[in-house]
Unconditional design. Structure first.
Lengths: 255, 166
């Protein structure tokens, strides 16, 4: 290949990747699509509903007794852990953004473990019941609490079928600047929104990869070429309590 | 001395005191001393640019800093806009004050930059019930300014996550 051709190719690639970043996928010929790798959005750009962030959890790979995802979340977001500042609260009262749950099938005795956290529903019951509008779903599918207007009524905690939310009962200190948390407000998994906005992946997914379990996948559910969409297409993924029709962003395989 | 003479003298003294006050406060302004208080507004660790001290002109910041923070808050919360110029974290990174022991002063102490004015003005702020009142990670504002001629608000913020607070 001559130098000229290479230059042309790289220019063409650059053009395509730029076009891809705006359009998601580019049709180079009928039925053939090129997709740019997911790039971090510029800091001043709004999130858009072209994306819907989701998680896929393969319970077959999720190791019994491993809680790397839980401790990674604790470290990242500053809840739980040894230096827990919720000293007055009981074990049940303390914040729990993500928990490992063991399921035992009675008929066969088969035990499987899975991490359970906010399922980032498309129609979240917590948002339905919130009297102040503090509980909201961001356009890219991440369900959050605006603690500035949360009055701590805890209706959302009662409405959530996944027990995903926690209420903070006491004054906290030394919160992380990227995860403000405080007394009198409800909180839950944010899908590590501060990382996602920079093009990163949630701390739990990273920790699972680091442990070489690879049981968690994070990505854009609307992008048919993303790893998560392809995994879902090939092997499927169930919702927990699919009967509620919430269309959760977190899917499980092997339950 | 009759009562009316005493009264007029007192009024006279008070009036002259009042007249002198603007002079006194303008002299103190050099050191950013708060009027009627021993508290001094501390200098930030650095300036926004060679020509501008803070992210907006100082007078504008004194009056309207809350509006910039409030606006940024909603932009970040709902739209995921994570520019650094008006981020509360960057206010803290620049304006945090260290005590004699070399440790950062927490917001409960009136020497904390935000607390100094707010204690004085009796304006109660809730920001630090949830937000960090001392610097935790390196500022990314300066970097993004010097990287190129790009407006700082447009520069991506690349924080170092997972760092534990000591």
């Amino acid at each position: 290949m001559s130098d000229n051709t290479r230059q042309m190719n790289s220019a063409r690639r650059e053009f395509l990747s730029k076009a891809g970043a705006t359009a998601g996928a580019v049709a180079v010929a009928p039925g053939v699509f090129l997709t740019a790798p997911a790039a971090a959005k510029p800091a001043d750009e709004k999130v858009s509903d072209d994306k819907r962030w989701g998680l896929l959890i393969d319970t077959g790979k999720c190791a019994n007794g491993c809680d790397a995802c839980v401790s990674a979340c604790e470290n990242e977001n500053g809840w739980g852990g040894n230096d827990n500042s919720e000293k007055q609260s009981s074990e049940e009262q303390r914040a729990q953004w993500i928990r490992k749950v063991q399921l035992k099938e009675k008929a066969t005795g088969h035990v499987s473990a899975l991490p359970l956290m906010c399922q980032h529903c498309e129609t979240p019951p917590c948002v339905d019941v919130c009297p102040t509008g503090a509980s909201f779903r961001r356009v890219d599918g991440i369900v959050l609490v605006d603690k500035h207007i949360c009055i701590g009524c805890r209706y959302c905690m009662m409405a959530c079928p996944y027990k995903a939310r926690s209420f903070i009962h006491e004054d906290l200190t030394d919160q992380k600047p990227w995860t403000p948390r405080g007394k009198g407000t409800v909180e839950s998994c944010t899908l590590c929104v501060h990382r996602v906005d920079e093009g990163g992946t949630p701390a739990c997914v990273e920790a699972c990869k680091a442990e070489n379990h690879n049981a968690m996948f994070f990505g854009d559910l609307y992008d048919e070429n993303s790893e998560i969409s392809q995994q879902l297409e090939q092997h499927g993924g169930k919702q927990i309590r699919a009967d509620l029709g919430l269309n959760t962003g977190v899917r499980y395989r092997g339950i | 001395m009759s009562q009316s003479t005493l009264f007029s003298r007192v009024v006279g003294i008070l009036t002259s005191l009042l007249l002198m006050m603007p002079l006194a406060s303008s002299a103190d302004e050099e050191g950013h001393r708060l009027p009627f208080s021993d508290l001094v507004l501390t200098e930030p660790t650095r300036h926004f640019s060679d020509t501008q001290e803070c992210v907006e002109p100082e007078d504008e910041m004194k009056r309207n800093h809350m509006n910039y923070i409030l606006h940024q808050r909603d932009e970040t919360m709902y739209k995921g806009i994570r520019t650094r110029q008006y981020a509360l974290e960057e206010c803290i990174n620049c304006h945090a004050v260290k005590g004699e022991d070399g440790e950062y002063i927490r917001v409960e102490d009136p020497r904390h930059f935000c607390a100094s004015c707010h204690t004085y003005a009796s304006v109660n702020i809730d920001c630090f019930q949830c937000h960090a009142d001392i610097p935790v990670r390196e500022s990314t504002l300066q970097q993004s300014q010097s990287a190129d001629s790009q407006h700082p608000a447009q520069a991506a913020y690349a924080g170092n996550h997972g760092g534990k607070i000591q």
